[in-house]
Structure formats: structure tokens, C-alpha cells
Design a protein around this ligand. Structure first.
Ligand SMILES: *[C@@H]1O[C@H](CO)[C@@H](O)[C@H](O)[C@H]1NC(C)=O
Ligand SMILES: *[C@@H]1O[C@H](CO)[C@@H](O)[C@H](O)[C@H]1NC(C)=O
Length: 347
């Protein structure tokens, strides 16, 4: 998310990744599972206002975007944050009225607590699905200077893409292994498995899900699903997306057993990236950027490498830049909202 050169790499990735499978990955049946504890205990389970209370509101803008992240009081008075009293879902919106000349109001939540390890499970029903949006749920070090302390992206995509990008950004020396994941490396060549931000023009090691229902409009069609991130000193870093209807029952039962789940979309082996060396004091962040390096950089691309099926945003919208579209067509950003069902954190 901190990348300033993501657009170059995302563009380069397009060609390389065009052969990735677009079929929804068939969830393999898990092997017979021994009934034993995973060692995880529930630290936090939050919905509704309790979910929002885990976060502060960051203000300003980032990554070249035209989103203007507003304060809590503005978010509330402008109705950009809302808890549905019927089901306790948290709705995060983008201002859909007339924008200022240079920005459109949006929300960036930053977690109050930090973690070195743990199991983080987001149940998300709805995500932005509009050209020009760059939504993300991620973790980054709240105490070190990036990329020290690490960054892990749990949900990240732009515009009308349907294939989620999971990624890790570190200082030098952290590599993903060559197996153990179902996603497709987002970078080509020698650095595909190199998580070093400096060596990869800030991109780190990214894995695009082969499930075309794992992000944005693809996920929304199924009422979303569950994203799980495990950071374990002995087990490494693993991340999964489970579409609604295929969420493991042990997640629903709040007794998660990651070892019984399907192959993760992303896996970073502890033998080539020791978590305690690269990750420290990670805080959760949820934001909706608008335009910015990635969305702008692939504005003219059809994004089919990431499951966008309706053509480039330039051709869909008739605008030559993401920023121009974002600033002019407020009503379209009615479709740029998140609906979170819950967040569970296990230690
Ligand atoms: C996902 O891929 C399947 C198989 O190719 C296709 O039928 C379906 O329409 C795609 N879904 C989305 C949201 O693009
Ligand atoms: C803006 O969003 C709100 C909330 O989703 C919706 O009720 C309203 O109709 C939208 N306004 C426009 C102009 O699209």
C-alpha cells in the first residue's frame, strides 16, 4: 500500500499473469482432520460499534490518490460510517455527492493495537466495485520505518478486478518458498518470490488468488466471504480467502484449525522468512483510496489478468484518468462501500 511505483509493476504484471486461471478454485476437501486444538485462543471478536472501536480515523491522503481521509466526526456527520442496527454490520462509504476540485472524502481506519503474530479473520460481505477505487485491508508496522517491521496486504485490488492480491513487503532477506500456495506470483522473473521492498520497487512478494470471487465485484456476487491471515513464528505467513458457503465450519465455530484448511492463496515459509526478523508491531488498516498509483497506472489496461471482465476503466467510464472520473461522477461512488460482518483475532 505504500508503493509509489506500483503502477509500473502492476502494468508489467499484466502480461505475465494473463495466463492465470480464471476458474474459481475448487476447494479441495480437507484431509481427515484430527480433532485436536490448534493452540489458538480467541483474543477479540468484534462486530458493529465494537469493530469500529478497535480503530482510529487517519486523515489526509496517500499513494497519489484523490481520496481525502476524514476525521471520525466528519465521517459520522457525512454518513460515511454506519452500523446497521439490524445485523451489526459495519458500512464504510465514500462520499457520493459533488467532490471538491481535488479530492473526494473517504475513510482510512488504523488499528489501535499492534501484533507480532496471530490469526486474523475478517468476514466481509461487500466491497467497493467501481472503477478508480483502490480498497485494502492490511497490516503494517506502527513503530518501525517502512519497510522495516513489515507490511502484509490481506485484501487489495483496484477497480473492477475480481482476483484478490495478497502480498508481503519487508526489508531484504525474506523470500516466499516455491510451493505451499495456490496463488500466482504477481511479479515476473528472479524477484517473483523476493519480499524485499527495495529490490522490487516497493511491491514485495505478491500472490494473486486464482479464485475470481476473491475480491470486489467477484466476491460481492456471493456476498463475499472470509479472509484469514496467520502469522506464526514456526508456521510462517499464510493467507486464505473462503467464499461464502465454503467457509470452514471451525471458523464459524470460533475454533479455527488452519492446518485443516485448503492450501492458502499465499504462503511465506518460515525457513526463508523468519517472522520475528521481519515483522514487528503490526497494526490493522482498512482504507478506500481513489485513483492513486495503482488504480491510475492500470486505468487503460483491461485488467483481465486480475479477473476484470468488462474492459478497461478508460473505456467503461469515458474518462482519460481515474482522478478525473473519481472527482466528476460522485453518484457512481455509491458502489464504493464496504460491509464488514466481523473481525476475529486469535492468539
Ligand atoms: C468466474 O469464472 C467463471 C468460470 O470462468 C465464470 O463463469 C464466472 O462468470 C466468473 N465470475 C466472475 C465474477 O467474473
Ligand atoms: C449516495 O449514497 C447513499 C447511501 O448509499 C444513497 O442512499 C444515495 O442514493 C446516494 N446518492 C446518489 C446521488 O447516488
Amino acid at each position: 500500500m505504500r508503493s509509489t511505483s506500483l503502477l509500473v509493476l502492476a502494468g508489467a504484471t499484466a502480461a505475465l499473469a494473463s495466463s492465470s486461471h480464471k476458474n474459481m478454485a475448487k476447494h479441495r476437501r480437507s484431509q481427515p482432520v484430527e480433532k485436536r486444538g490448534s493452540g489458538y485462543t480467541l483474543d477479540t471478536f468484534a462486530k458493529g460499534q465494537d469493530f469500529l472501536d478497535l480503530f482510529d480515523y487517519a486523515e489526509g491522503s496517500d499513494n497519489g490518490g484523490v481520496a481525502n481521509y476524514v476525521s471520525e466526526s466528519t465521517a459520522k456527520s457525512d454518513n460515511l460510517v454506519w452500523v446497521n442496527p439490524k445485523d451489526d454490520t459495519v458500512h464504510l462509504r465514500v462520499d457520493n455527492s459533488t467532490a471538491s476540485a481535488s479530492s473526494r472524502n473517504a475513510i482510512k481506519l488504523t488499528g489501535k493495537k499492534t501484533y507480532d503474530t496471530g490469526l486474523f479473520i475478517f468476514d466481509i460481505e461487500r466491497q467497493p466495485q467501481v472503477c478508480g477505487a483502490w480498497p485494502a485491508v492490511w497490516m503494517t508496522s506502527m513503530t518501525e520505518t517502512w519497510p522495516a517491521g513489515g507490511e502484509i496486504d490481506i485484501v487489495e485490488y483496484v477497480s473492477r478486478q475480481t482476483d484478490n492480491g495478497f502480498s508481503v513487503h519487508t526489508t531484504s532477506g525474506c523470500y516466499a518458498g516455491s510451493s505451499g500456495y495456490s496463488g500466482t506470483a504477481m511479479l515476473a522473473g528472479d524477484n517473483a518470490l523476493n519480499c524485499d521492498a527495495d529490490a522490487t520497487s516497493a511491491q514485495g512478494c505478491g500472490f494473486r488468488s486464482t479464485q475470481n470471487v476473491s475480491a470486489g465485484i467477484g466476491a460481492n456476487y456471493y456476498k463475499g466471504g472470509v479472509y484469514a491471515l496467520e502469522i506464526s513464528e514456526s508456521g510462517g505467513i499464510s493467507a486464505w480467502f473462503f467464499v461464502r458457503g465454503k467457509v470452514p465450519s471451525d471458523i464459524t465455530e470460533k475454533n479455527p484449525q488452519p492446518s485443516s484448511w485448503t492450501t492458502p492463496d499465499m504462503y511465506i515459509s518460515p525457513s526463508s522468512c523468519k517472522p520475528s526478523t521481519y515483522f514487528k508491531n503490526l497494526g490493522l488498516i482498512i482504507n478506500t483510496n481513489l485513483g492513486g498509483t495503482w488504480a491510475e497506472g492500470v486505468w487503460n489496461s483491461d485488467n483481465s489478468y486480475a479477473g476484470q471482465t468488462d474492459g478497461s476503466c478508460a473505456s467503461q467510464t469515458g474518462y482519460s484518468t481515474a482522478a478525473a472520473y473519481v472527482l466528476a461522477e460522485g453518484q457512481d461512488f455509491t458502489h464504493s462501500y464496504w460491509k464488514f460482518r466481523s473481525l476475529a483475532i486469535y492468539k
